[in-house]
Design a binder for this molecule. Structure first.
Ligand code: HEC
Ligand code: HEC
Ligand code: HEC
Ligand code: HEC
Ligand code: HEC
Ligand code: HEC
Length: 401
């Protein structure tokens, strides 16, 4: 029995051992490639401002197929410091540089292995090897959402324009009424062309009532700055950068998903490109010179803040961009189409609360795990579709200091 058992069990054990070790090896292998590509994805974020993989040219060329078009050793050197290659007169580097309007690619502090990783990631079409179909489907719907959002705001833009015209018309009405009053007063006391005094009285009364109506409407929005569009010290166009050159918002407003403030980029960020791009199609050298001068003198550019909330209101970008997944366009409008930024929403309390009342929150977000009572209520069927209100989006203290 014992011998039989021994004989029987032993080969099984051996086979088991082989299978087991194969399993461990494959696990280790898949783990190590996964970890590598996950790092590659992180490292590729810095490239995204200027490159796509299969999405067309941005500031730099589309990187799809670049691993076939060029040799690996060349790519490593080029990505680490392209300008060194260009200056050394490498024919391929010079050609690529010239084909891309001599915009230099900034050097990257990456090791050879890190670059090889990124190249694998590019070869893979910008995906981590072995990502699930679910994840791909998700990016698909995200793309759909983006295109939908890009279609819809044309309407919003037109609306904003109409409203702006309305505001202008109000100012015109106001001025015309004042002029009418002045004219009738002058005629009443000085020129005396119209003899009937009651005509003057009627004109003045009507003008006064229209003026008070305008004042009433305007004062309701007092302190708010909808359609505010100050002149900036440098003619910086979001249409040129975020629109035509498709630079990601996060490349410049890189704190929007990790802090209260989205932040305005320091001039060093501009210099990544304007080190070499010295001329614009619309403003020539004039505006870009201000940027390079600011950099050379070490004086920051004094941008005028467009969106302003009163001091007693608390607003946090990270909360909305990262946790709430609210798109920049929902609050700031079609920035990609704006040469100069204009505030399209009122930023009034009603505007904030209207969205909080209707916006459903995504309970799959781990952030909401802390709301245990809310989860109970959902289980009990008390709440079907939780909105921001259910996590405190209407509590005075959340928005007011
Ligand atoms: C600020 C913009 C910018 C950033 C950031 C950037 N690139 Fe580039 N890249 C360019 C430009 C412009 C070119 C065109 C060639 C040149 O400038 O010399 C280029 C060229 C390339 C090329 C050569 C393409 C070809 O057809 O031969 C590769 C490869 C490349 N970049 C990879 C990367 C990688 C990888 C990263 C991130 C680590 C990156 N780039 C970050 C702007 C950028
Ligand atoms: C190349 C850098 C760059 C990119 C890319 C960029 N911005 Fe800006 N952004 C700036 C600068 C500089 C300012 C300050 C000057 C101004 O208001 O125009 C600014 C200002 C703003 C403001 C107004 C801030 C205020 O003063 O209230 C908003 C809103 C904004 N950006 C949103 C976006 C969105 C949304 C995107 C992406 C579609 C984007 N930006 C892409 C550089 C950039
Ligand atoms: C839920 C609405 C909302 C969303 C979403 C949003 N913003 Fe804002 N943003 C605001 C408000 C409100 C202000 C004014 C904040 C203040 O005065 O404190 C502001 C201010 C700014 C400013 C001026 C500087 C600052 O940090 O105050 C920039 C730049 C900006 N936003 C960019 C962005 C970008 C880029 C995105 C997308 C990644 C974005 N915002 C998403 C509402 C929003
Ligand atoms: C990723 C690259 C990149 C960055 C970062 C960048 N720019 Fe530009 N910028 C460009 C390109 C490309 C053009 C277009 C040149 C043209 O008109 O052909 C341009 C054009 C301009 C122009 C001239 C526009 C015209 O049409 O006349 C100004 C002014 C300007 N940028 C200012 C800035 C400022 C300020 C910053 C920093 C907040 C900045 N840029 C950051 C790439 C960049
Ligand atoms: C377009 C929709 C939208 C607009 C407009 C908006 N919010 Fe929100 N807000 C959200 C979403 C979604 C959340 C949920 C994220 C979370 O739970 O932190 C949120 C959460 C918040 C929270 C945290 C609530 C909590 O208890 O977690 C505060 C505070 C807040 N918003 C303030 C504001 C202020 C102030 C404004 C106006 C200046 C504003 N929001 C405008 C969508 C919006
Ligand atoms: C989602 C965020 C939010 C919540 C919740 C909120 N407020 Fe406000 N509140 C604002 C904003 C934004 C303003 C600035 C409005 C403006 O400039 O017109 C404001 C302005 C005010 C003002 C100044 C009046 C004015 O028009 O400037 C008072 C008073 C006020 N809120 C009271 C409250 C009280 C009381 C509550 C609780 C019932 C509350 N708020 C809840 C965002 C909020």
């Amino acid at each position: 029995m014992i011998i039989k058992g021994f004989v029987l069990i032993n080969p099984l054990n051996k086979r088991g051992l082989i299978v087991f070790s194969l399993f461990i090896i494959s696990l280790l292998f898949s783990y190590s490639t996964h970890a590598q590509t996950a790092e590659a994805e992180k490292n590729f974020v810095q490239c995204k401002a200027c490159h796509t993989i299969g999405g067309g040219k941005l500031v730099g060329p589309d990187l799809k197929g670049v691993t076939e078009r060029r040799d690996e050793a060349w790519l490593i050197k080029f990505i680490q410091n392209s300008q060194a290659l260009v200056q050394a007169g490498d024919p391929v580097a010079v050609k690529v540089f010239e084909e891309n309007f001599k915009i230099p690619m900034p050097p990257h502090n990456l090791t050879d292995d890190q670059v090889k990783d990124i190249l694998l990631y590019i070869k893979n079409g910008g995906k981590i090897a072995g990502t699930s179909v679910a994840a791909e489907e998700k990016t698909g719907t995200e793309a759909d959402q983006v295109s939908q959002q890009e279609l819809q705001p044309e309407k919003e833009e037109i609306l904003a324009e109409i409203k702006m015209k309305e505001a202008r018309r109000m100012t015109t009405t106001f001025v015309v009424m004042i002029i009418l009053i002045v004219i009738s007063l002058t005629d009443l006391f000085l020129t005396r062309i119209i003899k009937q005094k009651w005509i003057h009285t009627i004109i003045i009364l009507i003008a006064l009532s229209i003026i008070s109506e305008v004042v009433f409407i305007e004062s309701a929005a007092l302190g708010r700055q909808q359609y505010y569009q100050p002149t900036q010290p440098v003619w910086f166009s979001h249409k040129v950068h975020a629109g035509q050159n498709r630079i990601d918002c996060m490349y410049c407003h890189f704190t929007a998903d990790k802090s209260m403030h989205a932040g305005i980029p320091p001039v060093q960020v501009c210099m990544n490109c304007h080190h070499v791009v010295k001329k614009g199609k619309r403003t020539g050298e004039k505006e870009i010179k201000k940027v390079t001068d600011a950099y050379a003198n070490g004086t920051p550019i004094q941008w005028v803040k467009v969106h302003n909330l009163p001091d007693h209101v608390y607003f946090n970008h990270e909360q909305h961009v990262k946790i709430g997944k609210v798109d920049c366009t929902e609050c700031h409008g079609q920035v990609k189409k704006m040469d100069e930024i204009i505030q399209v929403n009122s930023l009034g309390m009603g505007w904030c609360i209207d969205c909080h009342r209707t916006r459903q929150i995504d309970l799959n977000n781990k952030f909401y795990d802390q709301y245990t009572r809310l989860h109970e209520k959902i289980k009990n069927g008390e709440i079907a579709n939780p909105t921001v209100i259910n996590v405190g989006g209407e509590e005075c203290a959340k928005c007011h200091y």
